[in-house]
Design a binder for this molecule. Structure first.
Ligand SMILES: Cc1cc2nc3c(=O)[nH]c(=O)nc-3n(C[C@H](O)[C@H](O)[C@H](O)COP(=O)(O)O)c2cc1C
Length: 366
């Protein structure tokens, strides 16, 4: 390995005690390849195992915490105890190759395709997502039940041998729908926009303290801004960070397509969103940065901003040996465009492969 890349290979220990052997994380990526009954398929297990021997930590595709939270066809389930053997196989496939395994827990809210939930699409309020029907407003009792369901899926993650969970508060799904002034128009206590995200965090932390015997990490992912007005601004996000700082979380994970992107509105600051967020998170909670990191130098430059951990998504689908190549001094051989003739060697399940090759502009090389 070239000496300059040594910072990528430094250990990192979360507050909970979960220890990573380097600074690179596989970003959570839905692959739509589960079995029809919601169990993780053999193709998914092979896909994860192929990518778990280099990185320090793998965050899985999101899993739904209740049946009406299922956001994608072929999404694997975390909503009932019968799924524990399936979740255990996933944890083992990742950990068996040396990475820590984090389960991303989720509810799709108004973004759920109506066909997956018998037409009963739900959200904080009756504001529809583009192309989807008007969602039904959840009753206060139903909101309580979904909070509990996030806790129950966390218990299943503990029992399945995962090293942690990531609460998916990003990308416009239910938790973000409660935080956004665009989608939360409620007048009850859940109309306080921080109430639902923080209730989920509290419930997940409570379950971990009751059930986890070994170190178990809890992270939270958010999208820093929404394009619409009204919508989440950087000012809102800084408030969310202040509240999350009080929760003794292991990490915050920013969801961005571009690591170096700058704020749209809400702050008078020309620095990147990630620099502003990392500064606000202070040293009280580490931040994972992400977005279009493909080469060893991209990652090194990102780490030099002071963000301690870097997640890579598309780059690890394209190049499963990303870290090993750097370790072996072959960083110039890292593949940065998808090889459309190489599905088998890349160990990519058919549904994910078909999405990639049929969506021009999403992955480099397509
Ligand atoms: C195929 C695919 C599926 C994704 N699914 C999820 C998901 O389930 N949960 C999530 O938080 N983000 C998801 N994302 C976003 C990624 O985690 C990541 O933020 C984004 O791809 C930018 O990182 P990259 O440039 O390294 O790919 C997905 C991205 C891709 C490419």
């Amino acid at each position: 390995m070239k000496e300059k890349y040594a910072p990528l290979f430094k250990n990192f220990t979360f507050k909970s005690g979960v220890e990573l052997h380097n600074r690179i994380v596989m970003a959570p990526m839905t692959n739509c390849s589960a079995n029809g009954d919601g169990t993780v398929s053999d193709a998914e297990l092979a896909y994860y195992a192929r990518r778990s021997s280099g990185v320090g930590m793998v965050i899985t595709a999101c899993t739904y915490v209740t049946p009406n939270g299922k956001g994608f066809p072929g999404e694997f389930g975390g909503d009932r105890d019968e799924m524990i053997p399936s979740l255990s196989r996933l944890a083992k496939a990742i950990k068996g190759e040396g990475a820590k395994a984090i389960l991303q827990i989720f509810h799709g809210g108004r973004m759920v395709p109506a066909s997956l939930v018998d037409g009963d699409v739900v959200s904080a309020s009756t504001v529809p997502a583009a192309g989807n029907p008007i969602p039904r407003e959840l009753s206060a009792a139903e909101v309580d039940a979904i909070v509990k369901a996030f806790g129950e899926t966390t218990r299943r993650a503990v029992e399945s041998g995962f090293d942690g969970v990531e609460i998916h508060g990003a990308n416009g799904y239910l938790i973000q729908q409660f935080f956004s002034p665009q989608t939360n128009r409620r007048t009850d206590k859940w109309g306080e926009r921080l109430a639902f995200p923080l209730a989920v965090v509290d419930e997940v932390k409570k379950v971990v303290s009751e059930h986890a015997k070994a170190s178990f990490a809890v992270g939270y992912r958010f999208s820093p801004e929404e394009p619409e007005t009204p919508g989440i601004t950087m000012a809102d996000t800084l408030e969310l960070i202040d509240a999350l700082k009080e929760k003794n979380l292991d990490y915050l994970h920013v969801s961005l397509g571009e690591f170096w992107s700058v704020p749209r509105r809400g702050v008078d600051d020309s620095r990147t969103r990630l620099e502003i967020i990392r500064e606000r998170a202070d040293d009280s909670v580490p931040v994972i940065g992400v977005g279009s990191i493909y080469t060893a130098d991209d990652a090194l430059q990102a780490l030099s901003t002071g963000v301690p951990l870097i997640a890579i998504g598309r780059g690890l689908i394209i190049e499963p040996d990303w870290l090993q190549k750097i370790e072996n001094g072959q960083e110039d051989q890292i593949v940065t465009k998808i090889d459309k003739n190489n599905q088998d060697q890349l160990v990519i399940p058919n549904p994910l492969w078909n999405m990639i090759v049929n969506t021009p502009g999403w992955f480099p090389g397509v």
